[in-house]
Design a protein around this ligand. Structure first.
Ligand SMILES: Nc1ncnc2c1ncn2[C@@H]1O[C@H](COP(=O)(O)OP(=O)(O)OP(=O)(O)O)[C@@H](O)[C@H]1O
Length: 960
């Protein structure tokens, strides 16, 4: 291994002149990457007769001449059996699986005389053993980083070079036997071994402070040029992304509730993979670009632990200009790659701490899917991490891919922007940046004046952006905007208006007709591209659309303007990479395609039997590109109608927008075409309950969709429906029209709950309801009594309530519907809870100190309630005793008593408090003896008061 020259010392050790421990560590990690590399090359040689689409299981079965029984297969391959059953490419296999493959292939190749001289004392067997040895050392190294620093590193290197030497000998003699030596031998060597020196040199370049700085500067310049700003429309409204970025919240789903996190915590945990799932337009790509801008210090760094990465590499799955991961690397490190070779540079990069940022897994094509798999396989045991986004319907597919590769990951969802305050902040940022203060007041005022139900439709950034644009173009119409969840049709109307305004033809209706003709062409192109799974397309395709528009358009200008309005040129990060084109947003492509289908439906004669299928079949016939859709089979497999030539999965959202637009424009036509539409939706993979729920989110006001979603939920025995955000309030309310289930569990921030939608849900619910209303930290005593009022007139049965209550009417509402319930109340003001008597099986009350002049408000006594006093401060004794005695039930018995304080309370004060309470006759049912318990982590204090009062009250600290 070459020793780095002083000039190439990495930046972290620039002052000391030597390699830092971190860099040595990653250098060794890098060496270990030669191990799988070498293994893969051997596999390729040993599998010379394997067909490219043949799985390894099938290949081994072919070698042995008979299929495996399931048991034999599992015995032969153990944990690798699953992946070898489906994988066809060694690049996607990790060391464990590669070794297993070699173990299974060598014996057959020996018996089949591929290695005829290797029968006695087989060298191949020793090679496999040696690789296993390196693998064990490698695992030890990764599991124990401290030990890895010293002797282990040496051992690894020795074992690795011995293995390599054996491999080289083994294959060299074979090559010599095969073709008499000469050039063949060298070729064989080159195939097996990467150029270590080049890797070393690239690594030095990437890791040394001066050249790394230069490389980063070069990339930074391109990032600045390509992603620092976003062009919103063609109307000269470029914004600096950092200035308008709304701090999104992320959620982690914990069963029935969502845990909310700031987006800045996204890399805080240590999982190798972080998956961010979000509906169309929820801000996934924007989040990633924001992280990239932070990494290159084009914005202040807020994302925790981002600084620990040496490089960030962006890969967009909709890309079609690269075929391998080394191509992706070449896009960024072009010069270095032309000197050292892109594969060597990639190997060097994998020794560093690199964050791979992969956007839109749902858009993968055959090539980009291969690259994603390569990233998974090659970053599995390195210092690299991966951040990947997807729309929800491909989440399961991504999960399968990760789990088949044994990759653990954390999964976040993007929280909808539900609070009015946040929605306004989002809008204001854009207007302030675009320097449209007066207009801004207009936009935000206009938004404020919308009915709250309408406001609650704008929970995705893309919708809020649309609101801005619509306000600008249809200011008067905003008030009368229809209360449908969908905005797709409005997107289309907006673009039509912008396009019409760009034309110079004096006659308005002529302009409109021209735009309609041109949008028809663009809509058809949008559909054809989506049909073939293309979100980005080449310049040739762009020119083709342009030519067609030219034929239709009266003037060349018209077609130019319109293409500029709807499409955009995508600038690649790489200087030399080919440019490509796309719609301004995928949603725009989808809405244009949907509009095209709807227009065709309108134009078709009533007698036409299956208009939607005819339109789609016609599209299939026209398109001849093989867009490759690796997710199609797995995500809906047998659900795809065998009668269609191509999978229709890429049209999933488009057809949902068709439902939305058609039902809005012509309920009669919609009813008539629904049976066919339903089947077509199924062909796109909308089959399971979760798929229909997804569809319902887009068209919640479409009764037919709600009915199917509800039915599917029941068919799948989903007898408890969970509601964790505003979207689910709407979808569950829609389904409740048709079906009642055993229980509905609502667990969300009260701020995210829109009153109008909530009233609908409560009004339609008959039966059990679990209601947990949480507040942001610090706001635990903010009551939303308005949310409890609708309970009064409802037919719900509250079985669990957790929330803050601030008015006696809310207690009455709760008491009227609670039955055998667990009730956890935070009292915002002193309240009489006696109405709850007989309604609960457990009552936990939290309160702050009551005012000195408050009168007694005894809690019900059976079953004994629990009480927690929050916000206890240093001089607490009197106030705490006063509060507890005022709330004590008639029999003075509490189940438990707790105090919560932000500051450390003095033990003697606590002991005196307990004595005072004892003197007032207060007792607790829990606790074997009188004592005080301080919980170490939370600081919560349990007070146990039994009859016997020891002279010195024990204060003990316990771990939770
Ligand atoms: N956090 C944000 N702050 C400000 N604007 C945002 C934010 N997120 C998204 N936007 C705006 O909304 C638009 C749509 O967002 P984005 O493209 O990131 O959504 P997406 O989830 O990646 O959509 P898709 O799944 O359709 O690809 C962006 O072009 C941007 O203008």
């Amino acid at each position: 291994m070459a020793t780095p020259s002083p000039s190439a010392s990495p930046r972290s050790s620039a002052s000391t002149g030597g390699w830092s421990k971190k860099n040595m560590y990653y250098k060794t990690v890098g060496d270990l990457y030669l191990n799988p590399k070498c293994l893969r090359t051997i596999i390729q040689k040993e599998c010379a007769t394997k067909k490219s689409d043949e799985t390894y299981r099938k290949y081994i079965e072919r070698l042995r001449g008979s299929p495996f029984s399931e048991e034999d297969w599992k015995n032969s391959c153990g944990i690798s059996s699953k992946i070898l059953e489906t994988e066809v490419n060694a690049d996607h296999l990790d060391v464990t699986h590669l070794i297993c493959l070699l173990e299974n292939i060598f014996p057959w190749n020996i018996s089949k005389e591929v290695h005829k001289d290797d029968v006695d004392d087989p060298v191949s067997k020793r090679i496999v053993q040696k690789f296993s040895g390196v693998k064990d050392l490698r695992n030890e190294f990764f599991d124990c980083k401290t030990a890895a620093e010293d002797s282990l590193k040496l051992e690894i290197r020795t074992a690795l070079s011995e293995t390599m030497a054996d491999v080289e000998k083994f294959y060299s003699s074979r090559m010599a036997n095969d073709d008499g030596g000469g050039s063949g031998q060298n070729d064989a060597r080159e195939n097996i071994f990467l150029d270590k020196q080049c890797i070393e040199d690239s690594y030095s370049m990437l890791a040394s402070s001066s050249s790394d700085k230069q490389l980063k500067q070069d990339i930074k310049k391109r990032v600045e040029k390509v992603i620092l700003k976003e062009e919103l429309t063609s109307e000269n409204d470029k914004v600096k992304r950092g200035a308008v970025f709304h701090q999104l919240e992320l959620t982690i789903n914990k069963g029935s509730c969502n845990e909310v996190h700031e987006y800045t915590e996204i890399l805080k945990n240590s999982e190798k993979f972080v998956v961010v799932e979000g509906v169309a337009g929820s801000g996934k790509s924007t989040l990633l670009t924001n992280i990239i801008l932070q990494f290159f210090e084009l914005q202040p760094i807020l994302v925790e632990t981002l600084e620990q990465f040496d490089h960030v590499i962006l890969f967009e799955c909709r890309e079609r200009t690269v075929k391998t991961l080394s191509d992706v690397v070449e896009q960024l490190f072009g010069d270095l790659c032309s000197k050292q070779g892109k594969e060597n540079v990639l190997e060097a990069i994998l020794r560093l701490n690199v964050l791979f940022v992969i956007d839109s897994f749902d858009d993968v094509n055959t090539d980009s899917y291969r690259i994603v798999k390569e990233i998974i396989a090659r970053t599995w045991r390195s210092g690299c991490r991966v951040l990947i986004t997807t729309r929800p319907h491909c989440m399961n597919r991504l999960k399968d891919l990760l789990s088949i590769n044994d990759v653990s990951f954390s999964q976040y969802g993007i929280n909808p922007i539900s609070k009015l305050d946040d929605q306004l902040k989002f809008l204001e940022k854009y207007e302030r940046f675009l320097n449209e203060d007066n207009h801004s007041r207009g936009v935000t005022e206009s938004f404020k004046s919308l009915e709250s139900e309408l406001q609650s439709f704008f929970t995705e950034p893309v919708n809020l952006m649309l609101f801005r644009h619509l306000h600008k173009h249809f200011p008067k119409k905003m008030v009368s905007w229809p209360k449908s969840m969908g905005v797709a049709f409005d997107i289309f109307r907006l673009y039509r208006k912008i396009a019409v305004s760009k034309l110079s033809t004096p006659n308005f209706s002529e302009r409109e007709n021209l735009v309609d003709d041109l949008f028809n062409i663009i809509g058809r192109a949008a559909l054809e591209l989506l049909h073939d799974n293309y979100v980005t397309f080449s310049e040739d395709k762009y020119k083709e659309i342009k030519e067609e528009c030219k034929i239709k358009g009266d003037s060349e200008d018209a077609e130019k303007i319109i293409l500029e309005v709807v499409l955009k040129k995508h600038l690649p990060l790489s200087e030399k990479g080919p440019q490509y084109f796309e719609f301004r947003h995928k949603i725009i492509q989808e809405t244009f395609a949907a509009h095209y289908i709807v227009e065709r439906i309108f134009a078709i004669k009533d007698s036409e039997k299956s208009p939607i299928n005819s339109i789609l079949d016609e599209t299939s016939k026209k398109t001849c590109r093989d867009g490759g859709n690796p997710l199609a089979d797995a995500s809906h497999g047998s659900r795809t109608s065998p009668t269609h030539r191509y999978p229709r999965q890429p049209l999933r959202e488009t057809l949902q927008y068709v439902v939305q637009e058609l039902s809005r424009r012509s309920p009669r036509r919609f009813q008539r075409h629904w049976p066919e539409l339903e089947r077509t939706l199924q062909d796109t993979g909308i089959v399971a309950a979760s798929d229909w729920l997804d569809c319902l989110r887009v068209c919640a006001d479409v009764k037919l969709v709600a009915e199917i979603a509800a039915d599917e939920m029941l068919k799948e025995d989903k007898d408890v429906w969970f509601v964790t955000n505003g979207r689910e309030v709407a979808t569950v309310a829609a389904m409740l029209r048709y079906v009642q289930v055993t229980r509905i569990e609502v667990n969300m921030r009260s701020d995210d709950l829109d009153l109008t939608r909530w009233k609908k849900l409560v009004g339609r619910r008959v039966g059990e309801l679990l209601l947990v209303l949480s507040e942001d930290k610090g706001d635990e005593y903010k009551a939303r009594d308005d949310l409890l009022q609708p309970l009064k007139e409802s037919k719900v049965k509250i079985v669990h309530f957790d929330g803050c209550v601030g008015h006696p009417d809310s207690v009455t509402a709760l008491a009227s519907k609670a039955h055998e319930a667990e009730v956890n109340i935070r009292m915002a003001v002193p309240l009489d809870l006696s109405e709850l008597r007989g309604k609960y099986k457990k009552l936990n009350v939290r309160t702050r100190k009551l005012p000195t002049d408050a009168c007694p408000l005894p809690l019900p006594d059976a079953p004994a309630p629990s009480l927690q006093v929050d916000g206890v401060d240093e001089k607490f004794r009197t106030a705490v005793v006063h509060t507890i005695t005022l709330l004590a039930p008639q029999n003075k018995r509490f189940a438990t008593l707790k105090l919560q304080s932000k500051t450390k309370l003095s033990e003697s004060e606590l002991q005196s408090t307990l004595r005072d309470l004892h003197a007032h006759g207060i007792r607790t049912m829990e606790g074997d003896r009188t004592r005080i318990e301080i919980l170490k982590r939370s600081g919560l204090i349990n007070i146990y008061i039994r009859e016997a009062l020891p002279e010195k009250v024990e204060v003990i600290k316990v771990a939770e």
